[in-house]
Ligand binder design. Structure first.
Ligand code: NDP
Ligand code: 8X3
Length: 252
């Protein structure tokens, strides 16, 4: 049985991962800003496993760095950190983007992930083992219109994950970067600022991944024999692929 910390456990992949690890009896530390959702999840999962809930904004550097010391003793030895909290805001062109939205994505997807990693790694190195599972995105490698800063933040997650592997070589700590494509969670609702019609259009007429699909992958990489490290795993729904290069033919 492992102790698993999941950020962004109030929705989407994080919530589904909590259910997956919880059903297998793992001890859970669930973090997000919407604590009432975490409490409801705790009530649901408590029959299978021990759950500790933390109201946490991953952008709060001090709160994240204090987190390990504030955990109850029985939850303090984190074996698996799922760095999942994150978001996209807007899908406009870079020339008209809202700088506050860009900063929120940087603060959450890059800095928040950095803070959590830095806070949890010392315990893992002291105990001689662990697994950091970062949630990247296909947007890290493949540009699309309006992906601008969001894709940039996930490119950071990709390279940071690789560099963690090199820093942690010999310390028995695994690092995996899971990079999903389209998945129907609250992601698009957040991206489009609560516009449900716009959000559902994203998945119209195609079968996206489900949160459970991604949670199953997160769980799987952690359950492999301990000498195996999945470095990077990109996954899309069958209905999603790349497009050819866009060419602007200025001939009219
Ligand atoms: P959801 O919007 O359903 O979930 C996002 C989670 O992140 C929520 O639990 C939210 O909790 C948490 N979160 C956001 N900001 C903060 C913050 N400042 N502090 C703490 N928690 C925060 O989206 P997904 O489950 O889809 O997204 C999870 C991750 O997967 C993200 O990193 C996203 O970029 C990535 N991703 C999503 C894809 C998709 O198509 N859905 C594809 C590829 C990657 P709360 O608001 O309660 O704080
Ligand atoms: C979210 C997936 O394709 O909307 O990371 O960028 S996508």
């Amino acid at each position: 049985m492992s102790t698993v910390m999941i950020t962004g456990a109030s929705s989407g992949f994080g919530e589904a991962a909590a259910r997956k690890f919880g059903a297998a009896g793992h001890r859970l530390v669930l973090c997000a800003r919407r604590e009432e959702r975490l409490q409801a999840l705790k009530a649901e999962l408590s029959q299978h496993c021990d759950v500790h809930v933390v109201r946490l904004d991953v952008r709060d550097r001090q709160a994240v760095s204090d987190l390990p010391d504030n955990l109850p003793a029985e939850f303090s030895a984190i074996d698996i950190l799922v760095n999942n909290a994150g978001l996209a805001l807007g899908l406009g062109g870079a020339h008209e983007a809202d700088l506050d939205e860009w900063e929120t994505m940087v603060d959450t997807n890059i800095k928040g992930l950095m803070y959590l990693t830095r806070a949890i790694l010392p315990g893992m190195t002291e105990r001689g083992g662990g697994h950091v599972v970062n949630i990247g995105s296909v947007a890290a490698s493949w540009p699309y219109p309006g992906g601008n800063t969001y894709g940039g933040t996930k490119a950071f997650v990709q390279q940071f994950s690789r560099n963690l592997r090199t820093d942690l070589l010999g310390k028995n700590i695994r690092v995996s970067n899971i990079e999903p494509g389209m998945c129907e969670t609250e992601f698009s609702m957040v991206r489009f600022n609560g516009d449900a019609a716009k959000a559902s259009q994203v998945y119209e007429g195609m079968q996206p991944l489900s949160a459970e699909d991604v949670a199953g992958i997160i769980f799987w990489v952690t359950q492999l024999p301990p000498h195996i490290n999945i470095n990077q795993l990109e996954v899309m729904p069958v209905a999603q692929a790349w497009s050819p290069f866009a060419v602007h033919r200025n001939q009219t």
